[in-house]
Design a protein around this ligand. Structure first.
Ligand code: NAD
Length: 348
């Protein structure tokens, strides 16, 4: 089974090695395909996301992707299209998603007994639309440091697609409710369209409860009443912020996995960033990336191994033996991954 590997930077290489170690413990015949990105790709091809990288990611279809340091000073990323024109993107992550047509970033957030306090029963999945909204990065300055404005884009096609994906997911996984987050009372056109598409799609899923909530009220509600939510669908920026909030509630960004799903290719990545403040220290929590690896195994139709990885993470976290400092332990990235790998072998 060929799996692409983007090692990223910051803590990326450390948590990548840890994740590969755990996925190999499943005994599946994994063939890792290293794919150059960012500095490595600049050195090899003169571009942080060259066509060679996009092609490799499409060919392997499933890849693990570690976080990348995204520096605004790097400027926009310009990618040549098949018709010879160029498309520019505000960041490398944004460029990967849009070049590969990855349209949804599911972020499952689950509490852990003994770690997540009053949020240990939290079990939500946030479906974040990732192709549009303000993150298309169409912004500009007006005058000399006087003002700046950005475009917020919502299309019927993208809003309908992410809503449909969310309801299909709910149906397939026995989830009971899908909630749309928005601010349609203020943003009548953009968020209004996002909400309308959600409501239209919901009619095809009568067995699933469909409701909506203002994004600000939703932030308050998930803190006060964590069991209120089940599946959540949100536009790009709201989904980005809301999922970090939810990760904080269960105890650490290091417990929040994610994926970027497209029709033809998908990348699997933790919700967190490259954590340059702890890079190279060997103390990064690899669990979010390992859990993202479990999502990849599900996508590769390996549910038994995916479940073993998830259960192993849960058992190790509950045992509290090898936890990294963000979870209150004194373990290292490697010792935590080793403990999970042993548990995976025990479970299979
Ligand atoms: P961050 O998520 O990297 O870090 C926020 C805080 O959480 C830091 O204190 C960090 O040490 C901690 N943290 C994050 N992951 C951790 C882990 N696995 N284990 C233990 N602690 C962890 O967010 P940031 O500091 O805002 O961003 C750093 C860089 O990462 C920026 O360049 C940003 O653009 C980039 N970033 C990349 C991605 C991505 O590639 N998907 C996502 C978000 C941010």
């Amino acid at each position: 089974m060929r799996v692409g590997v983007l090692k990223g930077n910051g803590i990326g290489p450390e948590i990548t090695a840890a994740t590969q170690h755990v996925l190999e413990a499943t005994g599946l015949p994994l063939e890792w395909v290293d794919i150059a990105i960012a500095d490595e790709a600049i050195a090899a091809h003169g571009h942080p996301l060259p066509p060679e990288t996009v092609k490799q990611l499409s060919d392997v279809k499933l890849s693990i992707k570690a976080p990348l340091i995204v520096n605004k000073l790097q400027g926009r990323i310009s990618c040549v299209q098949t018709d010879g024109t160029s498309q520019t993107y505000p960041s490398l992550n944004n460029a990967i998603r849009r070049e590969l047509r990855l349209f949804v970033n599911p972020r499952p957030i689950r509490g852990f007994p003994g770690i997540s306090g009053r949020h240990e029963k939290l079990d939500v999945i946030i479906m974040r639309e990732v192709t549009e909204d303000v993150y298309i990065g169409h912004e500009h300055q007006i005058g000399d440091d006087i003002a700046a404005e950005a475009i917020k884009l919502t299309t019927r096609a993208a809003a309908t697609k992410v809503a449909k994906y969310s309801f299909d997911y709910a149906r397939k996984h026995g989830r009971k409710r899908v909630t749309c987050l928005h601010k349609a009372n203020v943003l009548n056109f953009t968020d209004g369209l996002f909400l309308r598409c959600f409501q239209e799609v919901s009619r095809d899923y009568p067995e699933i409860e469909a409701d909506d909530m203002m994004i600000d009220a939703a932030c308050y509600t998930i803190v006060r009443d964590p069991l209120r939510f089940d599946v959540i669908v949100a536009s790009n920026q709201y989904g980005d912020i809301f999922s970090d909030l939810a990760a904080g509630l269960v105890g650490s960004l290091g417990l929040a996995p994610g994926a970027n799903i497209g029709d033809n290719a998908s990348t699997f990545e933790a919700s967190h960033g490259a954590a340059p403040d702890i890079a190279g220290k060997g103390i990064a929590n690899p669990l979010a990336f390992i859990l993202s690896g479990a999502e990849l195994l599900d996508a590769a139709n390996q549910p038994k191994e995916a479940k073993a990885v998830r259960d192993a993470v849960r058992n190790v976290v509950e045992a509290k033996t090898a936890l990294t400092p963000d979870l209150g332990g004194s373990g290292t990235t490697d010792s935590l991954a080793a403990a999970v790998a042993v548990e995976v072998k025990n479970l299979l």
